[in-house]
Design a protein around this ligand. Structure first.
Ligand SMILES: Cc1cc2nc3c(=O)[nH]c(=O)nc-3n(C[C@H](O)[C@H](O)[C@H](O)COP(=O)(O)OP(=O)(O)OC[C@H]3O[C@@H](n4cnc5c(N)ncnc54)[C@H](O)[C@@H]3O)c2cc1C
Length: 457
């Protein structure tokens, strides 16, 4: 029987012939060794939170939620080893009970550790060193496309691990991963609001030098700079709960609610007032002097978010030193798009600062520091086609300005865009995939198209 799986934001629907949930490594091996029972392509699935069909398959989908044990927390090597289906928020809770945390705690608590180990990820507010989770991976154990057990570590096979850190399971299914950890840390977030016209690239560089890390939110033409630094004292510790509530429920629910006024006499008024209303929490946070929290508490659990409270987004990375010019151009682009098609994103635009990082072959900050441009939107059934049209137009705009997309977080990217963004590294990756999986057991239509390969039937 064909199953139907829908991704978190509703943007990806997959109908695999087989949906299986192994509980042991032997079962994963048996699945990969038996193409008759478990037709190709075989894709591992974490929590299906990706915004692209990277985990989708018309053949077999392997749901990894049956393998989610913490194996070891090692204080000597400061590492945690766990099964690949464990969600990062559950792993963080286990660490926290021992006064420990991951080196990087991306806000999405539902990303599985398997996905964190081999896919693109980003986190600005924890990015004191690196902003990509896989850069902290030290050991990976997996089952190859032919069903053999494999293992690589940063000590024994650093070059292979570099490829595997952005391999998206195209070299097999990960069952166990080891990440670097550190003692639990309290951090402080502070907020400053600026008008887009006041923003200067030099001031951004100064802010980067003066803080451990930072992220930006743009609402209309107002830019919020959120900084992160270590905290020694508690401040406004009631705020993190509200912040989680905004992102896991309230923000998207309110943004969707406003869509009801579209096409009515109230539509113009709500369109004009919403960016101002969105500023209220940030202005309040700025006036209160921000807040402090234990770093893992910035993770958000979306497991109980109703569909009315869900949002979607895209992410393209741009060279840090061109960000202000790119942001101004983006605001012009999005306003022109609204004039032409009547569509505009209904949640704040995110911009992540991520440091130069060559830990993975497809690192999007391989060439230097980046700051991203991430339109965020809570689509309604009525405006999803408008969101999709916006995403395609944005991809063209971003590609023309030298942006780099993420294979799990930039919907509708084309082969030409990916190939131009990653350059010779894309050719190298393509060659590695062909060698690691000569039978193309793992290659779904999404990756086949991007890599220019024929898809599995
Ligand atoms: C509301 C929301 C907020 C988000 N916030 C962030 C954020 O703050 N930071 C961030 O980086 N991302 C964020 N994301 C994106 C999301 O974290 C990534 O797309 C992530 O890859 C999803 O993890 P997953 O476990 O759901 O993997 P899936 O989407 O299920 O799979 C992703 C890819 O990993 C492969 N894979 C999964 N498990 C394995 C395995 N065991 N072995 C081999 N391959 C495997 C799949 O085949 C697929 O190619 C967000 C997404 C949503 C919907």
């Amino acid at each position: 029987m064909v199953a139907t799986l829908t991704s978190y934001d509703g943007g990806v629907v997959s109908n695999p012939q087989r949906l299986v949930r192994p509980q042991s490594i032997d079962e994963i091996q048996a699945i990969l060794r038996d193409p008759a029972q478990f037709p190709s392509p075989v894709r591992a699935m974490g929590s299906f939170h990706s915004l692209t069909p990277c985990a989708a398959s018309p053949g077999t989908i392997v749901d990894m939620s049956g393998l989610r044990q913490v194996q070891r927390i090692d204080r000597e090597s400061m590492t945690m080893t766990a099964q690949a289906g464990l969600q990062s928020i559950d792993a963080a809770a286990a660490l926290r009970a021992s006064g420990l945390q991951f080196r990087l705690n991306p806000e999405i608590g539902n990303m599985t550790l398997g996905s964190a180990a081999c896919c693109h990820s980003k986190d600005s507010l924890g990015a004191v060193e690196y902003g990509q989770a896989s850069s902290y991976l030290t050991v990976m154990k997996w089952v190859s496309p032919g069903g053999e057990l494999r293992e690589a570590s940063d000590e024994d096979e650093p070059a292979l691990l570099e490829i595997l850190r952005s391999s998206y399971g195209l070299g097999g299914i990960l069952h166990e991963v080891t990440f670097r950890i550190q003692p639990l840390q309290k951090v402080r977030f502070e907020y400053e609001l600026l008008h887009l016209s006041e923003l200067r690239q030099e001031a951004i560089s100064e802010a980067i030098a003066a803080n451990e890390s930072l992220v930006f939110w743009t609402l209309g033409r107002t830019v919020v700079m959120q900084t992160r630094n270590q905290a020694s004292t508690a401040r406004n510790e009631w705020i993190p709960g509200l912040r989680r509530l905004f992102w896991s429920r309230l923000g998207a629910t309110m943004a969707r609610g406003l869509a009801v006024t579209r096409g009515t006499p109230l539509g113009g008024v709500t369109d004009a007032l919403w960016p101002l209303a969105e500023q209220v929490p940030y202005r309040t946070l700025s006036a209160l002097g921000g807040f402090s929290l234990y770093e893992p508490d910035k993770m958000i659990d979306y497991r109980r978010t109703p569909s009315s409270g869900r949002y979607a987004f895209t992410f393209w990375a741009f060279p840090r030193d061109e960000w202000v010019a790119n942001l101004r151009a983006y605001v012009e682009f999005s306003e022109e798009h609204q004039r032409q098609f009547g569509f505009r994103c209904n949640l704040p635009l995110g911009s992540y600062f991520i440091r130069h990082d060559t830990s993975s072959l497809l690192s999007y900050s391989h060439e230097g520091d980046i700051i991203s441009i991430d339109p965020i939107h809570a689509p309604t059934r009525r405006d999803r086609p408008g969101w999709d049209r916006f995403l395609r137009a944005f991809n063209e705009w971003a590609a023309a300005r030298g942006g780099i997309p993420l294979l799990n977080q930039s919907p509708h990217v084309t082969r030409a865009q990916v190939s131009a963004a990653y350059g010779p590294r894309w050719q190298q990756f393509s060659q590695w995939v062909a060698e690691a999986d000569p039978e193309r057991r793992m290659l779904n239509p999404f990756f086949a198209e991007l890599l220019g390969e024929p898809a599995q039937a």
